[in-house]
Design a protein around this ligand. Structure first.
Ligand code: UDP
Length: 236
């Protein structure tokens, strides 16, 4: 059987249920739009377990997601969606491309969360776009954007508190959303939520506990992911 889709860190497989897919987490790590590549033992398991834990909590908090259930260490079942081709980034503290774009130093806490959209396209390098671009490219309607912003803020509030209880500062993160293919057009949260797509700093030491350890060759990448998982598990 062939995967329906293979991305940088995951594969999607069909199941007997046409509305449900199996999402497999790979051990591959990439950064800088795929230019930097590596493999880490246990990465698939760690991200799957962290993401499953977080999705469980989000569902409990009443945030609709694509998540169905975990099957094993590296696989979950998810509802089939048409992914909205926009990456929704939420920032609480300056870091990464925000600093590059503005010249502002890393670590400035924002008065309010900053939300930005980029086109989900490796070929274009995920360019930052505004609402007008999104409308003209027909990636989402004005109403969809209102919904996406509100959902992103709600997820941010929830995750900021969750990570804070785990001694971690949620600096920024990326979300993806999809439309259910059951005809309802309902938008749900999709993709993984893991240290691959979040910046997490230790609340006490400021140590980076996320993919920046790989991007910046800081070492101890999987040790940091393991620690994030351990702390989240201790909460539940
Ligand atoms: N992010 C991601 N996928 C992307 C772009 C960003 O998961 O294609 C995450 C990234 O890990 C960080 C946040 O979104 O937690 C903001 O990323 P930023 O725009 O600063 O880009 P970066 O400089 O990390 O590529």
């Amino acid at each position: 059987m062939e995967a329906l889709y293979e991305g940088k860190a995951k594969r999607l497989w069909a199941t007997e249920d046409s509305q449900v897919l199996r999402m497999e987490f790979k051990n591959d790590a990439t950064a800088f739009n795929g230019e930097k590549k590596a493999q880490f033992d246990n990465k698939g398991r760690l991200n799957n377990t962290i993401s499953t834990l977080i999705y469980g909590q989000l569902e409990k908090a009443g945030i609709p997601t694509h998540f169905v259930r975990q099957i094993d260490d590296t696989n979950v079942l998810v509802r089939k969606v048409d992914i909205i081709m926009i990456e929704v980034i939420v920032r609480n503290v300056s870091a990464g491309s925000f600093c590059k774009r503005t010249g502002i130093e890393e670590g400035r806490a924002f008065g309010q969360p900053v939300i930005e959209f980029s086109i989900k396209s490796d070929a274009l390098g995920d360019p930052l776009v505004n609402d007008d671009y999104i409308r003209e490219l027909e990636l989402a309607s004005a109403d969809d954007l209102v919904f996406l912003r509100a959902a992103a803020l709600k997820v941010n509030d929830f995750l900021s508190q969750l990570f804070s209880r785990a001694g971690l500062r949620l600096v920024d993160f990326k979300l993806e959303f999809g439309r259910l293919t059951d005809g309802s057009g309902t938008i749900v949260l999709a993709d993984e939520i893991s240290p691959d797509g979040c910046r997490l700093w230790d609340l006490k030491t400021g140590e980076k506990m996320d993919k920046d350890r790989f991007r910046r060759d800081l070492g101890g990448v999987m040790e940091a992911y393991e620690e994030v998982l351990k702390r989240l598990k201790e909460l539940s």
